[in-house]
Ligand binder design. Structure first.
Ligand code: KG4
Length: 343
C-alpha cells in the first residue's frame, strides 16, 4: 500500500564514477548506497567509457540494496529522482534510463535533478528525526568538487544563482593534478589532506590568481606548483620525497586561501550571514577548519555537511527530488540528460 502522507523518494546518482541509490522519506535518509569504481585508479583519472560500463554493472544491485537497507518496497515509493546533469553523458544515460524504466513500470512520477543543486540540498537531509539543523534562506554555498568551484546564492529550495565560478580548473582538479605530480594516487585530494596535517603550510609560497568579481582560477596555481618542483628537482632530485608533507600543507593552504578570499568578499558585499559548503572538496579538514575559524571571527553561521554527503551520493539527489515533488515539478518520459548546464 502506498502511504499518501509520507513522501518516499528513490534517488539515483550516476553523473561521474560513483553509482549510488538512496531512499528518503520526508527528508529522513533511510539508506544511501554508493558503489565506487576502483577501475579508474590505475589511469589517474576517470575514464568515461569505463565509468559507463561500471554503472551498467552496478545500477541494479545498488538500487536493490538501497531499497533493502531502507526496508522499503517498490510499491511504497512516491517518485523516482535522478541526476540529469551536469556530468559525463554516458554515465548519466545509465541512471536516467534506469529511472525512466522504473518510474514507468511503477507508474509513479519521474523527477530530474540538477547535480549542483543536489550538492547544495544535501544540507537539508535529516539523519534522525531530531536532526533539523539546516541553513536558512538566503545563504551562500561554496560548492567545491572535482568539476566545480562556485559560489551560489541560494534563495530557496529551487531558486539558486551562481554568483562566482572558476574560469578554468576546479579546486578538486587542482588538488588532484598537483597530487599526481608529487606521486600520490587518484583522487589526490584526500591524500594531500592527510599528509598536510604533518606539514608546514607556510614553508612554500605559490602564486595566487587575480580574477575579477567572485570568480576563481586554479590553472595558474597548478603551473606554478609544477615549475616550482621542476626548478627544485634540478638542484635536488630527492626534493619531493624530502618535502612531500610541507608541499601538501602549502598547496592546501594556498587553495583554501583562494577559496576563502572570494567567499568572504561575497558574504560581505551581499550582507549574508549564513554560509554553507558542499561538494567533494568540502571533506577537506583544512577547509572545514578555515570556514569554522572564519565564522567565529566574522560572526557567521556555517553549515558543513557530514562527510558521507560531501562526495557524490544519491541521498542528495533524493532530497532535491523531494522538494521538487512538493512543487509537483516532474518531468516526462522524453527527458534526456545533459553533460553541461548551469544551476
Ligand atoms: O563532489 P565529488 O565527489 O565529485 C566530482 O566532482 O567528481 O568531488 C571529488 C573531488 C576530487 O577532486 C577529490 O580529490 C576531492 O573532491 N576531495 C578532496 C577531499 N576529499 C575529496 N579534496 C581535498 N581534500 C579532501 N579531503
Amino acid at each position: 500500500m502506498r502511504n499518501e502522507k509520507r513522501i518516499t523518494i528513490l534517488g539515483i546518482e550516476s553523473s561521474c564514477d560513483d553509482t549510488s541509490a538512496a531512499v528518503i522519506r520526508d527528508r529522513l535518509v533511510l539508506s544511501n548506497v554508493i558503489a565506487n569504481q576502483s577501475v579508474h585508479e590505475r589511469y589517474g583519472g576517470v575514464v568515461p567509457e569505463l565509468a559507463s560500463r561500471a554503472h551498467q554493472q552496478n545500477i541494479v544491485p545498488v538500487v536493490h540494496d538501497a531499497l533493502k537497507q531502507a526496508g522499503v518496497s517498490k510499491d511504497e515509493l512516491s517518485a523516482i529522482a535522478f541526476t540529469r546533469g551536469p556530468g559525463l553523458l554516458g554515465s548519466l544515460l545509465v541512471g536516467t534510463s534506469f529511472a525512466k524504466g522504473l518510474s514507468s513500470a511503477l507508474n509513479i512520477p519521474l523527477i530530474d535533478v540538477n547535480h549542483l543543486q543536489a550538492h547544495v540540498m544535501a544540507h537539508f537531509i535529516k539523519e534522525n528525526e531530531d536532526d533539523d539543523s539546516h541553513p536558512d534562506f538566503p545563504f551562500l554555498c561554496l560548492l567545491v568538487s572535482g568539476g566545480n568551484s562556485q559560489i551560489i546564492l541560494v534563495k530557496s529550495y529551487n531558486d539558486m544563482e551562481i554568483i562566482g565560478q572558476t574560469i578554468d580548473d576546479a579546486a578538486g582538479e587542482a588538488f588532484d593534478k598537483c597530487a599526481k605530480v608529487i606521486g600520490l594516487g587518484y583522487p589526490g585530494g584526500p591524500e594531500v589532506d592527510r599528509l598536510a596535517k604533518r606539514g608546514n603550510p607556510k614553508k612554500f609560497v605559490f602564486s595566487k590568481p587575480q580574477v575579477a568579481g567572485y570568480d576563481y582560477s586554479f590553472s595558474g596555481l597548478k603551473t606554478s606548483f609544477l615549475y616550482f618542483l621542476r626548478d627544485n628537482l634540478k638542484v635536488d632530485p630527492a626534493f619531493i620525497e624530502k618535502n612531500r608533507e610541507d608541499l601538501c600543507a602549502s598547496l592546501q593552504k594556498t587553495i583554501i586561501d583562494i577559496l576563502m578570499d572570494k567567499l568572504h568578499r561575497a558574504s560581505k558585499d551581499l550582507g549574508i550571514k549564513e554560509i554553507a559548503v558542499a561538494g567533494g572538496v568540502s571533506a577537506n579538514t583544512g577547509l572545514r577548519d578555515a570556514i569554522e575559524k572564519y565564522a567565529r571571527r566574522y560572526r557567521k553561521k556555517v553549515h558543513i555537511p557530514k562527510f558521507s554527503y560531501t562526495t557524490d551520493n544519491a541521498a542528495m539527489v533524493a532530497i532535491a527530488g523531494y522538494f521538487k515533488y512538493l512543487d509537483n515539478d516532474f518531468c516526462g518520459p522524453d527527458v534526456a540528460p545533459y553533460a553541461r548546464v548551469a544551476i
